[in-house]
Design a protein. Structure first.
Length: 199
């Protein structure tokens, strides 16, 4: 998936400036696509040149004018075509996973600290995503929003992100406990598997 598709997906929800899109990438999209402001602005120019989006300057009171982008018909077609293609398997490059893989020859205490920090970060991200979910839902209940609220895509994406981060937090905390028990030479059985790995 290219950054272009993520920008088209964000603009499908409505007009936005480069600044607005940077905020979207920092919050709602950060679980599945990260991009710097510079990358976003560069890609917006390319999409505009290709006719997939159109930017117009808007005046602001007491502030410099800003360029606001909207999807063109060609952009909507490109986004539609993208959703019809099979997703590629994600490539994972995670230093924490490498440290864990090497834990038998590593500083175990440092790895435990890293795992605990990862779990705390995941809990923090869950809170951020829950706040976004509440904003999307406004005055509707979860069930009402699922049946008639909209747009539904960002809402469901946040729910998937919450599930991912909760599992991430549970497993990191559990692995830290397993490592701690081994370091302490405990004869107790290992901590209970938090999500049932099915093994």
């Amino acid at each position: 998936m290219a950054l272009a598709h993520s920008l088209l997906a964000a603009l499908a929800l409505g007009p936005a400036s480069g600044y607005d899109l940077s905020k979207v990438f920092d919050s709602g999209m950060s679980d599945f696509w990260r991009a710097s402001s510079q990358q976003i602005y560069t890609e917006l120019h390319k999409l505009d040149d290709r006719g997939l989006i159109e930017g117009t300057l808007q005046q602001q009171s007491n502030r410099p004018q800003k360029r606001v982008y909207v999807l063109t018909d060609a952009g909507r077609t490109a986004l539609h075509e993208f959703t019809r293609t099979a997703p590629r398997r994600p490539v994972i490059r995670d230093e924490m996973m490498v440290k864990l893989y090497a834990v038998d020859s590593a500083d175990v205490e440092a790895v435990i600290e890293d795992l605990s920090a990862r779990a705390a970060e995941a809990h923090s991200r869950v809170q951020q995503l829950r706040q976004l979910v509440a904003i999307f839902r406004a005055d509707k209940s979860h069930e009402e929003f699922l049946s008639s609220g909209g747009p539904i895509g960002p809402y469901l994406t946040c729910l998937l992100g919450i599930a991912h981060e909760l599992d991430n937090a549970k497993v990191c905390a559990w692995i830290a406990e397993v490592l701690r028990a081994r370091e302490d030479g405990s004869d107790e059985p290992p901590p209970r598997d938090p999500i049932n790995f099915g093994i």
